[in-house]
Ligand binder design. Structure first.
Ligand code: TMP
Ligand code: MG
Length: 297
């Protein structure tokens, strides 16, 4: 009975039949889903990106803010610095999403973007106490269904690693304002370093950018070691760099990779279909991951 239930679940899941859902190898995904369902929640862990994966890409045709954009667009940053940050984004974002360049070719540019960008933020005299208002006034939003996903994963004690090249302090504040930070969540990101007056003086630890998440994953292998019995992974991301977020997981058995393709769609669809098991094009919801979780939990 169990096998029957499992084998038919793929075709039964109407969320997977929608037009914006691309699955290159349906047989593999069917098998993977079967396995994840059979092994159940005690073997599961979630590894996810934040910006444009948990957070929303756009609303009514207008781009939503990334962690960095929350600050860039706020009144905390003077006009002259905004201009510098805009110029940096116009230079480097097209490289981030370029379909022709390899990850290795992109890395030096991402390093440049992040180093220059964080340098400018430090020059702005940002205060820790201003961050909450900056998030409130921004249009940073979570995908529909994140709130359900977070509370359900917490209820079922499934660990969730949020691995972000954004800004840790800002992403936690976005989550708090639109949902809740739970005990089963762990964030690896760029955290701000404030002095005793609460003034931003730099960033802590090693820089996480979009394409070095593999190094970060290996640095955080202690986290994965404590979860060594959770051999099944659901990975969610919106960038090719996010595929490396699980590189530090020992004894991984099964990994289901779900990719959100938000921008530069036609140029990147083929690559995304190769790399991600399930590709969700211009989807502002968590419907597909949540439907899968409902089967497993
Ligand atoms: P992530 O989603 O891979 O964690 O990356 C964070 C996003 O932040 C990535 O899409 C690039 C973006 N970003 C900005 O919007 N402004 C910036 O100044 C920087 C450095 C990054
Ligand atoms: Mg992202």
């Amino acid at each position: 009975v169990k096998i029957y239930k499992v084998m038919s679940c793929f075709s039964q899941m109407e969320e997977l039949q929608k037009e914006n859902v691309y699955i290159k190898d349906a047989e593999r995904v069917e098998k993977l889903l079967c396995q994840l369902i059979q092994d159940g929640k005690s073997k599961l862990q979630i590894i996810t990106d934040f910006d444009m994966t948990l957070s929303r890409f756009s609303i009514n045709g207008k781009r939503c803010a990334t962690c960095h954009n929350v600050l860039e667009n706020s009144s905390l940053v003077p006009e002259s610095k905004k201009q510098v940050l805009d110029e940096l984004r116009d230079t480097y974002y097209p490289i981030e999403i370029n379909a022709k360049m390899t990850i290795e070719e992109k890395i030096p540019f991402m390093m440049e973007w992040y180093t220059k960008g964080t340098g400018v933020l430090v020059e702005c005299g940002l205060k820790q106490s201003d961050l909450s208002l900056a998030v409130k006034e921004s249009n940073a939003l979570m995908r529909d269904g994140c709130d359900w996903q977070f509370s359900t994963l917490h209820e079922h004690k499934v660990p969730m690693l949020i691995f972000s090249a954004g800004i840790g302090d800002i992403l936690e504040e976005i989550i708090k304002q639109h949902s809740q930070m739970y005990a089963n969540m762990r964030v690896v990101s760029n955290y701000m370093d404030f002095n005793h007056d609460g003034m931003l003086v730099g960033f802590k630890g090693d820089l996480v950018h979009t394409y070095n998440k593999n190094e970060g994953a290996l640095r955080n292998s202690d986290y994965f070691t404590t979860l060594k019995d959770r051999r099944n992974i659901i990975l969610m991301g919106d960038s090719m760099g996010d595929l490396r977020m699980a590189d530090g997981v020992p004894n991984m058995q099964h990994i289901l990779k779900i990719g959100f393709l938000n921008d530069n769609i036609e140029e990147r669809l083929e690559k995304y279909k190769e790399a991600y098991d399930i590709v969700l094009v211009s989807d502002s919801t968590m419907d597909v991951p949540n439907a899968i979780l409902k089967k497993i939990l």
